[in-house]
Unconditional design. Sequence first.
Length: 120
Amino acid sequence: MSKIQLFAALITAAAMPSLVRADGGAWNRETFEYYASIIRQQPGTHSRIIQACTENGLAAMTDRARTEVERDSGMPPEKATAEACRRMVKGIASGAVKYEAYRAWADAPDDKKVVFPDYN
């Protein structure tokens, strides 16, 4: 497992709170498809979505989580979180991350993370 895969396994749930409802619940299929269509049709929004995801993810992380991310990824938590967000957004944009993969990520318990490859 590469360092990127390892960090993604550790922080994906903390990194993507902007991809869940405001109350912390996961999107339903209809909501996911709505936002996925925007992500696919408007590539100019990707950087803003990734930035918001990164900021929200970092805000949701405890100091302990930040320390673990840095230790396990070999990079600062800011960079690792941005990479996890980028992978999710690019995966949705490419069509590779479908609703089922999103739900597997959103529903994963803290001790079992879902890893997203680099969809570039």
